[in-house]
Write a protein that binds this ligand. Sequence first.
Ligand SMILES: Cc1cc2nc3c(=O)[nH]c(=O)nc-3n(C[C@H](O)[C@H](O)[C@H](O)COP(=O)(O)OP(=O)(O)OC[C@H]3O[C@@H](n4cnc5c(N)ncnc54)[C@H](O)[C@@H]3O)c2cc1C
Length: 417
Amino acid sequence: MRVAIIGGGVIGLTTAYALINKGHQVDVYEQNDDVGMATSFANGGQLSYRYVTPLADAGVPWQALGWMMKKDSPLRFRPRMSLEQWHWCWQFLQACRTAVNQANTAHLLRLALHSQSVLHHWQAQGGLNDFGWRANGKMVIYRQQQAFKHAASKITASSPQQVLSAQECVAAEPSLAHLAPQLQGGIFSPGDEVGDCYLFCQQLLQQLNAHPNFTLHSSHTVDKLMLEQGKVRGLKVTHTQDSQTHQVDVEHLVVAAGMGSKEILNSVGIKVPLYPLKGYSLTLPVTDNSTVPHTNVTDYDRKIVYARLKDQLRVAAMVDIGQTTTALDAGRIASLRQQAKLSFPHAGDYQEATAWAGLRPATPQGTPLLGRSGVNNLWLNLGHGSLGFTLACGSADCLAQLIDNEPTAIALTGLQR
Ligand SMILES: Cc1cc2nc3c(=O)[nH]c(=O)nc-3n(C[C@H](O)[C@H](O)[C@H](O)COP(=O)(O)OP(=O)(O)OC[C@H]3O[C@@H](n4cnc5c(N)ncnc54)[C@H](O)[C@@H]3O)c2cc1C
């Protein structure tokens, strides 16, 4: 079969890889001149297989009210005169109910664990091992007793996760010594991993380019889908360098265009509840190996993640609701730099840090939309929000199975439109 994919981010490229592995002919359309340049570029780098709780959680609306008063808060809400924003926020509030949150966490966990086994399987095939990947575990640290107790109460005896006291956190991750007086404890997930998402995209592309059935159409923006008799027959595509427009025929089409998916699907009347949750990251050169975290660290109270990627430290954080561009906000970047420096003062050269902003393509529930769109040959792989790198391989594997009309490796309950 011939499958066209819109989007050359981590979701589109893993989808291409899964389909090529199954013998299909694949064309990827990407508006930028390179792959992995949008939200997949400088994200937190965490392959967070065990820690997948969606943002929509019971305490979050109340916490958010408190945070709104603070300049350096992890979450910032800018109200807009937009029905779309209010509708999304209303659905988000519905998803904060404990039972809904628990169900969505279970759906995400199922997909995350499948993703991990698919990534390992692909790595065993060769060619996907040089993207700063390490199985280094993840430690979520807590500064407040109540939040720590709540998190610890969820860890059952059969869980591979471990509840650690403050001293045990520092013993396992000595770079936390500086924070020891403020720590209540932590939850350690030994099976979690880390990698550079952009380098992963580049490695996927290298593998794909070596395949005769693969073509990347970079600098090609898909403007519109052409629907005929209940099927997508073609794409209207503009070459971004010379603005030439042409039409291409498609047999099957996967929309994996991150935040761009919404507009593309709108062109055929398909509404998806995607909203951009803007976040920021800093990437700084490591100057002292002994003071940089080797495990992935999530500072629960500050909502900041730290990941060591080769000789760099990646610091990522913040959710800005109501901002639709990737423009850097100097105040947010300064605040992130200051908070990171307070926690890991000697981990790297903060003056040399490269700042970045990206738009998480988020559904209100935090769960992606995989599979059928309602139009026969049109497939969805989008809405991975804060977990796109983590969930990419499993999502791609399941979608390829659906396109081949095979049973999926995991149940897709709660993960479909
Ligand atoms: C600050 C921050 C930290 C994060 N940290 C983590 C983390 O630690 N772990 C994790 O798992 N996830 C993390 N994420 C989330 C993760 O980065 C995203 O979920 C993931 O990158 C989404 O991938 P994607 O391929 O769907 O989107 P993108 O990477 O945005 O790719 C979509 C592609 O589609 C292209 N496109 C769009 N419209 C069109 C069109 N009309 N025609 C042609 N091409 C088009 C775009 O140019 C883009 O290249 C983080 C996100 C942010 C912002």
